[in-house]
Design a protein around this ligand. Structure first.
Ligand SMILES: [Zn+2]
Ligand SMILES: [Zn+2]
Length: 161
């Protein structure tokens, strides 16, 4: 039987790297969680495991990890313009030709952030004409609200001088 010890430090470990399957203890692993890349659509297979040894993380995950964090930071900074409230402000923004649609997020803020992420990924610096909707579903005795939204990616014209 294979020994369940960390391939790096030799400590007991039942967890293993999602890619190479080498036993890797929590201390030696990169444990980013399976949900980490949830805004990436579709999520490449290699990025879905959430638990990696250092070698696999450095070689196969970290370039995407860094890109993802960079896009996510821009998305978090983004101003969001709602269709009902801000139609005047956005008249002169340069709009993308396609609309972003996201569906069925249990969390409202995640739903907005997902739209901002998709816009940031295509190098837009804002989202406009944002409209949201929700629906209730029953999960046993629980009621869950799922949020959906649409938006147009846009660039604020920064050089009015
Ligand atoms: Zn270890
Ligand atoms: Zn590995």
């Amino acid at each position: 039987m294979e020994k369940q010890t960390c391939s790096i430090c030799g400590k007991k470990s039942k967890k293993h790297c999602g890619l190479c399957k080498a036993f890797t203890c929590k201390k030696c692993a990169h444990d980013i969680g399976k949900e980490f890349f949830s805004f990436w659509d579709p999520i490449p297979e290699d990025l879905t495991h959430g638990y990696y040894c250092n070698t696999c993380f450095v070689n196969k995950v970290s370039p995407d990890y860094n890109t993802y964090c960079e896009i996510l930071n821009r998305a978090k900074e983004m101003d969001v313009y709602f269709k009902k409230k801000h139609s005047k402000e956005v008249r002169l923004f340069k709009k993308a030709s396609s609309i972003i649609t996201v569906t069925d997020w249990p969390d409202y803020d995640d739903m907005i952030l997902h739209m901002a992420f998709l816009a940031a990924k295509d190098n837009y610096n804002t989202i406009i004409n944002v409209e949201t909707s929700s629906r209730k579903i029953h999960d046993g005795s629980y009621k869950i609200i799922l949020w959906s939204g649409t938006a147009i990616p846009a660039n604020k014209n920064i050089s009015f001088l």
